[in-house]
Write a protein that binds this ligand. Structure first.
Ligand SMILES: [Ca+2]
Ligand SMILES: [Ca+2]
Length: 645
């Protein structure tokens, strides 16, 4: 009977909540009026290129075409493995393989003058209106890597203020700049907003740079470069200089990072098969390097202005010398291509000044760069730290970075060195506006926890911010790819209520979380996970106690293990400070207090009716959710509990 009533009131509450939800879109829309609209410029290959007359995939190539290419290459490759590896053997391989690889990439190739070769190839979709017009589901294509950013953006500024530009990466960034300008005008007309927030993701940052250089910042409120190649890509520069090289150690590390184990590496290492294959590639490159460039890489990618935008300024002259001398094109074609490439490279060389001018004009400029992942081990730049796709040096606008797995030399000191001594941001174009996320892969966005909040904060802030503006987002952040939680690198492990110390209040919060009396925030849980196993368990509370005790105090451990839940609660001292008697006595006393309170809560909840239980735990949970803001609130929540008992 009582239970039935309880259910009925719950269902009434649910109906009321559902009814309220019906009004949420309308409320949200009016809420977000006056917010600057947001234009996300997407990256390389995020939007699929298709033959628009047939609908077949142009890039990435469809699986059947890749299979056909491999099938065509296999006999020649097998022949090479058993041959004496003479020049004739390598040439036979090239004769068989290069034409099919060329055919695979031909749909996205450009003409020698840098114009599009196949005008029938284009984006499969483009959504020129706001997300509100199409709905999130439509815009969040399965292959779109930034899709988790979109719901976060919609929450922040409303679907009617979020726009996504799909990138045809073959095109000249200077032409794309014109198109972005048209979009900006259109967005202003549609929303009535004076300014638009621009976010460039990966290659999108290249296009944002070109737009800013060409059209200035009068229409722009925020510029956010996210894992962007706005200063180039080191290994493309090396490749376009002809420096192809397979890095065996880099390959192993990449494999380990991809599969999360060194098993495969050990197998490969013990058989020597990788070393043999690398030797084969080296021999092939020595025998036929020029053919690979002239017959395949240049026709497929070498005339694409978009691909050239990845060449860093420092390599541009030598890349041009290497590639242009191998191009089978007329002087007029070369001149036309060079003019296009030079125009963007002038933009790239000046991007620091462009961004500084934007900042001086009151635009919020932010650069976000990830690190600590192995890069593709295909060039002499393989040892540089990165996000698996772009080197940190480039996504950060020239931070000084230790190579992968290393730290900076001891002599490196500045106010901008990361706590792990892997990054020195003082050499960045904008040291105070550049953030670093350790252990986040390229565009590995996740809305599961707090990660997108950070990006959205930068994209939507109405007053300019920098690395000193928000304690939650200092210059150096740490991402946990398992829990998807972003935390400051300086976060004190064990300090669950963020009051700057690790003590029994923290241990108690963890215990109460483990026992489901409270729900700690995602960031608090990250702080609580003392053993780093991505779970918050009893052992973590124990570890916090041990940390507090200074050493593994046997008294503390024993008392903790005892954890008598039926113990009579003693009066809570309400304070963890004050003069310590002997360290051991103090620890023991506080544990007893903590356990006493816990025991009383347990007793109470065991005897309370379900609705009553909800009453007593909810305020506590709320208080604990807000621990980041007020450490004392959490401490108070604990005191209240014991007083009430
Ligand atoms: Ca604390
Ligand atoms: Ca743990």
């Amino acid at each position: 009977m009582k239970k039935g009533l309880f259910r009925k009131s719950v269902s009434l509450l649910l109906s009321a909540a559902l009814l309220l939800l019906l009004f949420v879109p309308a409320l949200a829309a009016s809420d977000k009026q006056g917010k600057n609209p947001l234009l996300i410029v997407t990256g390389f290959t995020e939007y699929t290129l298709v033959d628009t007359t047939t609908g077949t995939a142009a890039f990435p190539p469809d699986t059947q075409n890749i299979v056909n290419t491999v099938a065509a290459a296999a006999p020649a490759l097998l022949q090479l493995l058993v041959s004496g590896r003479t020049q004739a053997d390598f040439d036979a391989l090239c004769d068989a393989v290069l034409p099919v690889v060329n055919a695979l990439f031909d749909p996205i190739a450009c003409n020698p003058d840098g114009t599009i070769k196949h005008n029938e190839v284009g984006l499969a979709v483009q959504y020129p209106e706001s997300v509100a017009e199409y709905g999130l589901e439509t815009i969040m294509q399965p292959e779109a890597f930034d899709k988790d950013l979109l719901p976060a953006a919609v929450n922040a500024v409303g679907a009617e203020n979020v726009y996504v530009y799909g990138l045809d990466w073959r095109l000249d960034p200077m032409d794309i700049a014109d198109e972005i300008n048209e979009w900006v005008q259109h967005i202003q007309a549609q929303t009535g907003a004076e300014k638009v927030s621009l976010a460039g993701i990966s290659m999108g940052g290249v296009m944002v740079s070109a737009y800013l250089a060409k059209y200035g910042t009068a229409d722009v409120s925020n510029v956010t470069m996210i894992s962007s190649a706005f200063t180039g890509l080191e290994y493309v520069g090396r490749l376009f200089r002809g420096e192809l090289e397979i890095d065996e150690n880099g390959l192993y590390l990449l494999l380990e990072q991809l599969i999360g184990s060194d098993v495969l590496t050990r197998i490969f290492g013990s058989t020597g098969i990788v070393r043999d294959l690398i030797a084969l590639v080296d021999d092939l490159y020595a025998a036929c390097g020029d053919r690979i460039f002239t017959e395949c890489l240049i026709p497929a990618f070498g005339y694409n202005p978009g691909m050239w935008s990845f060449v860093p300024a420092a390599d541009y002259a030598s890349c041009k010398a290497f590639m242009f001398s191998r191009m089978d094109s007329t002087d007029a074609e070369k001149a036309a291509l060079e003019a296009k490439l030079d125009a963007y490279h002038e933009v790239q060389a000046n991007v620091g000044n462009t961004l500084k001018a934007a900042k001086a004009a009151g635009v919020n400029v932010a650069i976000v760069s990830n690190y600590n992942w192995q890069m593709p081990p295909v060039s002499t730049a393989s040892e540089m730290t990165g996000d698996q796709v772009i080197e940190t040096m480039h996504t950060s606008g020239f931070a000084t970075c230790a190579n992968i797995g290393e730290t900076l030399p001891e002599g490196v000191t500045s106010g901008y060195v990361s706590p792990d001594r892997m990054i020195d941001a003082s050499t960045c174009l904008l040291p105070d506006e550049t953030w670093f996320i350790k252990n986040m892969k390229h565009v590995d966005f996740s809305i599961a926890q707090n990660q997108c909040d950070f990006y959205i904060w930068l994209m939507t802030t109405e007053t300019p911010v920098n690395i000193h503006s928000n304690a939650a987002y200092p210059q150096f952040l740490l991402y946990n790819p398992e829990t998807k939680v972003l935390t400051p690198q300086t976060m004190l492990r064990g300090d669950v209520n963020f009051d700057g110390r690790v003590d029994l209040v923290d241990a108690r919060l963890v215990l109460r979380h483990v026992r489901s009396f409270i729900t700690l925030s995602a960031v608090a849980l990250e702080a609580a996970d003392m053993d780093g196993n991505n779970m918050v368990l009893h052992a973590d509370a124990q570890a916090i106690m041990d940390s507090y005790a200074g050493t593994k105090s046997q008294t503390a451990s024993a008392l903790f293990a005892m954890e008598s839940l039926t113990q009579t609660p003693e009066e809570d001292t309400g304070s963890t400070g004050g003069t310590l008697r002997s360290a051991a006595e103090d620890v023991a006393g506080q544990i007893r207090d903590a356990l006493g309170s816990l025991g009383s809560v347990l007793q109470r909840s065991a005897s309370a009716a379900p609705s009553k239980e909800a009453d007593t735990t909810t305020p506590d949970a709320q208080a604990d959710d807000e621990t980041a803001e007020a450490a004392s609130a959490a401490a108070q929540a604990c005191t209240e509990t014991s007083t009430a008992a």
